[in-house]
Design a protein around this ligand. Sequence first.
Ligand code: HGY
Ligand code: MN
Ligand code: MN
Length: 382
Amino acid sequence: MRDCHREIAAWLTAAGAAVTVDAAGNLRGLYPASQRGAARLILGSHLDTVPNAGAYDGVLGVLIAVALLESLRGQSLPFAVEVVGFSEEEGVRFGTPFIGSRALVGRVDDQLLSLQDAAGASLRSAIENFGLSPAELTSAELHHDTLAYLEFHIEQGPVLESLNYPLAAVEAIAGQTRMEFVFLGRANHAGTTPMHLRRDSLAAAAEWIVAVEHTAQKDPDLVATVGRIDAKPGATNVIAGEVCVTLDVRHKSDDVRQRTTDALVENALHIADRRGLSLVSRVLLDQCAVAMDSYLLTEIDQAIRMTGSHPHRVVSGAGHDAMILAEKVPAGMIFLRTPGGISHDPAESVDVADVAKAIECGLCLLDQLAHSSRLQERMSRA
Ligand code: HGY
Ligand code: MN
Ligand code: MN
């Protein structure tokens, strides 16, 4: 992250922005307005990613924001532009996502700071080891003069490619539930324990994982994923006594997502009970679906039209920092086509021409907002 900060901070500085790192490790570059003390527009995305990832999820949105500042070539706007590179959005290390953007909306509390990574290091100690102070987290919060938040991001799915559109406006972001389940059975000898006397936690988890897939296959708008399984003691000749699995459930309807999650918990309890095991589950994230700002949507549609593309609208199955920022300020997102619909994998890619269109769209958007009476009115109130 330090290397990433160094590279991007150099580009932001060269583009005329004043660069800082806030107490949550977010990189922040403030490009001044034509008048001192003017309100600000935030352009951002996340700098962290997942294991064995592609090169574009998150960071491309930050670099498009840098490219927009570079394209201004020192020209100032009626509002300041703050570029934010969020430190942690994926939730890989501490199991709970959106830590960087939560700092901007004042939601990094002691419970979150006490979360531990696989090595037992707390979020609090990770912040301190990076040379930052959790006591200063309040200074990372959004300034009262923030007008809106805009995020460019790859779609990470197949829709835009199937329609042959380079860009799309995001109208909403699906809600997501992330959970951890531990099936507790009885470790025993693989060679001497008859099948009818086993309390095999790995077999129980496997039965449940198939049920998770079958449940999600019944609704085209529902996805449910078991992404990680840890079996103990993890030896070929030992029946697993304890298995921990993760669950990720997403749907644009919070009601469907909640009912699905409840049913999958019920199913896990039933399987464990029938096999003589016990089950412990805990919720790591219960994030509701979030609609993007309707006014920004119309401006994004118009900016996409200005690039000669069709202003298509999509619902995002992936979570984004925009859904956190939307708690406090109007938020909008622009998606770029993802060739092959592949993401969270080294095969993730973008077409350079689509990135050029995204930058062109961003410049149109900045120009539209600079002349927007709606935004002027917000600026006068900020
Ligand atoms: O998993 C997601 O929703 C995104 O990649 N953060
Ligand atoms: Mn991601
Ligand atoms: Mn992302």
